[in-house]
Every structure is written in C-alpha cells, then in structure tokens.
Design a binder for this molecule. Structure first.
Ligand code: BMA
Length: 321
C-alpha cells in the first residue's frame, strides 16, 4: 500500500461545492520564483517521509532549461526548496551531474525512494534513480527507448514483476498518445509491454498520460491521469481518473467519462502555457481516506486539490465508460 500515515494537507470541500475534487483555497502553494533564478516551478512530486514531507520539484531556469530540485516541508504546503539542482550519482556512488529533465514522480518501494522523470537520451525518455535517504540519488539505466514521457511506477511488484506506466511520444508537443504498461524483473530491463488505455472522449481526445503513483484500493488501482483536448486556441490539459485491475493492471475496470478537474482558475489559465492542469503526485491518509493531489498549473506554479478517496472511487464507477 502506498497510503501515507502523516497528517496530510487538508481543507474541507467549500460550502456549496458539489465537485468530487476541490482546490486548496490558497493556491498556488509554490510560487514560480521560489528558487533564486527560477522561471517557473511546476509539475512536481511529493511524498511523506518520517512524519514530514519531501519532494522532487521541476524548476525551469531563465534559459528555459528544466532540472529537478529537492524540497522539504513540515506540513506539505510550505516548502523549502534547495537552491541547486539535485545531483545524480552512478551506481558506484560517483557524482555524474545535475538531474536534468522534467515531470518527476516519486515512488516508495521496498524501502527505497524511486524517482522517474522525463530524461533526455536522443529524445525524451524515462530516467530512473533511487535513494534510501532522499539525500543521495543513484541513477539506473533509462527505462525505455526514446521517445517516451510520463514514466509512473506502481508501488509494489505485481505478478512478481515491477510495473511502470508510460506514454510513448514524439520529440515535440506530441499530438497523440496512449498509456502503456511495461514490466521488469530488476527495474532496468523492461518488456512484456501492454496497452492500458487510449486517448478518447471530448476532454482527452488528443492524448492521455499517467499522473501520480497509482493508489492501491480494494477495488483496484486508482489511476489519476492527464487528458488533453486540442482546440483552435491550443491544448487544454485536464485531470481524469480510472480504476485498473489489481493483479492485471493493464486491464481498465472503470474509466470516468467526465474530467475530475479542469483549468478554470487564473493560475491554471494564465502562465507560460495556459490551460494546463498536470497532476504528478498524491498523499493519501489511510485512516480518513483523505487525498491531497499535487498538480502543476499553467506550466508555472504548483497547486493542490483534495478529494475523499471513497467518494472519488464511487464517482469513477458511477460515471464509467
Ligand atoms: C507536456 C510536458 C509537460 C507540460 C505539458 C503542457 O508535453 O512537457 O511538462 O506540462 O506538456 O505544456
């Protein structure tokens, strides 16, 4: 189970709101210039550790280069971000340089914190690194051939294999894209690829991509993902949800027809890339079923939304394709 035990950020659903997912009233939680020299800080991943919170943050500098930065927080809302990018080490422990790339996810598995992100190797592909202490990170082999984005690990082996979702792509802004699942005995050799689900439906007809680490529930893996529609004015990124089979997670049990969050607020609609909601992580309180969802807004800032896990699952089932 990847549910957390720390007291996660929480705000009750505002009076009069009937939405299954609602926003933190003081969004955004990370400003675009919270790291000196930053242009923007957005699509970022947090996780609970030792009663506090840690995270890997995407920061684009003023040359518009993307790097990953570490952050720490006592409450999951106010974050201290390191001023320099995270340094990667090779398997022998030698420093190999800053973690270049974007859109990190963080997965706790077998006592290690795994970071997957969009790395560059003759095009975008999925970088993988791990840390036991969230201080020193060791890079493994890239998971896939280019071009691929949105590598998202499951938090345990399934059927004896590690599993990762991803979205094969192109070099650019990819006007297509479906979610696939790959399996590995060792987190370095990936195969047994399976189709999971494709772009489709009004708000996600152009492409979809997996978001936070899937959440294990009795009824299946809850997958929160982003879906994209192309309009005469560009792409709109919304948040969707589906349930995957627990033991065959390439099988979709339920897929929610409506989006669960859509860019409507100024900080989601105005920024470097307007109209983008891009979820990368969740915190889930096991005792209360409270869910905090962290998402990048307008490719500029980090924002927070909330849901009750049971309500969200019921909503996905009731509104399933
Ligand atoms: C995708 C990625 C994301 C970004 C999104 C919207 O292709 O680059 O990092 O949030 O586009 O611009």
């Amino acid at each position: 189970m990847n549910r957390q035990t720390s007291a996660i950020p929480w705000q009750e659903r505002p009076a009069g709101c009937t939405d299954v997912v609602w926003r933190y009233q003081s969004n955004p939680i990370i400003r675009r210039d919270q790291i000196p020299g930053a242009n923007s800080i957005f699509n970022s991943a947090v996780i609970a550790k030792d009663g506090r919170f840690v995270g890997v943050f995407r920061c684009d500098n003023r040359q518009m280069q993307s790097n990953l930065y570490l952050g720490r927080s006592g409450n999951g809302i106010d974050w201290d971000l390191e001023p320099q990018p995270l340094t990667l080490h090779d398997k022998e422990g030698r420093p190999i340089g800053p973690a270049c790339g974007y859109d990190p996810r963080v997965c706790l598995m077998e006592g290690k914190y795994y970071v997957t992100w969009c790395n560059a190797y003759h095009g975008p592909t999925i970088g993988v690194a791990y840390s036991e202490d969230f201080e020193t990170f060791y890079q493994l082999e890239n998971a896939f051939l280019p071009c691929n984005r949105n590598g998202v690990l499951f938090p345990r082996k399934i059927g004896g294999k590690y599993c990762m979702l991803s979205r094969p792509s192109d070099q650019g802004h990819t006007p297509f894209g479906d979610i696939f699942l790959s399996q590995s005995p060792d987190l370095e050799h990936w195969g047994y690829h399976r189709f999971v689900m494709g772009a489709g439906g009004g708000w996600s007809w152009t492409k979809i991509g997996p978001g936070p680490i899937p959440i294990e529930t009795k009824e299946g893996w809850l997958l929160i993902y982003h879906g994209v529609a192309t309009t005469c004015n560009g792409m709109i990124y919304s948040m969707g949800a589906a349930m995957l089979d627990l033991e065959k997670p390439w099988e979709v049990k339920y897929r929610c027809k409506p989006y669960i969050l859509h860019p409507t607020q100024t900080y989601e609609c105005v920024g470097d890339v307007p109209n983008v909601i891009f979820p990368c992580s969740t915190l889930c309180d096991a005792s209360t079923g409270r869910l905090a969802i962290y998402y990048g807004a307008a490719d500029t800032v980090v924002a927070l939304a909330f849901a009750q896990l049971d309500e969200l699952i019921a909503y996905v089932k009731e509104n399933s394709v």
